[in-house]
Design a binder for this molecule. Structure first.
Ligand SMILES: [Fe+2]
Length: 209
């Protein structure tokens, strides 16, 4: 029930009790306060479950960032063009900062940083590795494959951070939401940078090989 409806409902209850005798009114009052207590407990329980789910999802993205870091190292080695290598190196540095930011999130939650294995990100990374293996060394087709693999990882992260920031706001944890939104913007920017790189040079060069 939203607060406006709850207010209207409470007003209705109070109007009803005013029309009754004093003892009936007291009875209604106590029934109503028991009901309110029950509702509050129900709300807390549900918020508790949502918070529990939120923490699990933070562990998931914490795992994903560490896996992405390993994947970025492999991609940097495999990349052909300097422009792509530079962009990967930059994102590697950002990812290290993003991991530290998640550690701040854990601290604010009063939790120790821990990882939850996520098959989703492992699948995306494995898929990317096999695409890279299927392309030849020192080719722009290899670079085009790396960009696609990186963007798949980015989109997983954008979805995770976007959803987590929203959940943090719902839970009234604006400080956490702000931290998550800083990373969300970085991930979106990386995605744009990779698209520009593909559109402006790499895809064209790959088509001429
Ligand atoms: Fe990231």
């Amino acid at each position: 029930m939203d607060s406006k409806n709850k207010q209207q409902n409470d007003q209705k209850k109070s109007t009803k009790s005013n029309g009754n005798s004093k003892s009936q009114s007291n009875q209604t009052k106590s029934t109503s306060s028991t009901k309110k207590q029950k509702q509050a407990r129900f709300g807390e329980e549900h918020e508790g479950k949502l918070l529990e789910f939120f923490v699990e999802e933070v562990k998931d993205i914490y795992f994903a960032e560490h896996e992405a870091l390993k994947a970025l190292k492999k991609m940097e080695k495999a990349a052909t063009s300097k422009a792509l290598k530079d962009s990967i190196v930059q994102h590697h540095g950002e990812t290290e900062e993003q991991i530290k930011r998640l550690e701040q999130v854990f601290e604010l939650l009063g939790e120790k940083p821990s990882k939850k294995k996520c098959e989703g990100i492992l699948g995306i990374i494995k898929d990317g590795e096999s695409v890279i293996e299927d392309t030849d060394d020192n080719t722009m087709v290899r670079d085009a494959a790396i960009i696609i693999a990186s963007q798949k990882i980015e989109h997983y992260e954008i979805t995770s951070y976007g959803s987590l920031a929203e959940l943090a706001r719902t839970l009234g944890k604006d400080d956490l939401a702000e931290l998550l939104e800083v990373t969300l913007e970085e991930e979106k920017q990386t995605d744009v940078t990779l698209t520009i790189l593909a559109e402006e040079s790499i895809n064209e060069d790959a088509s001429n090989e």
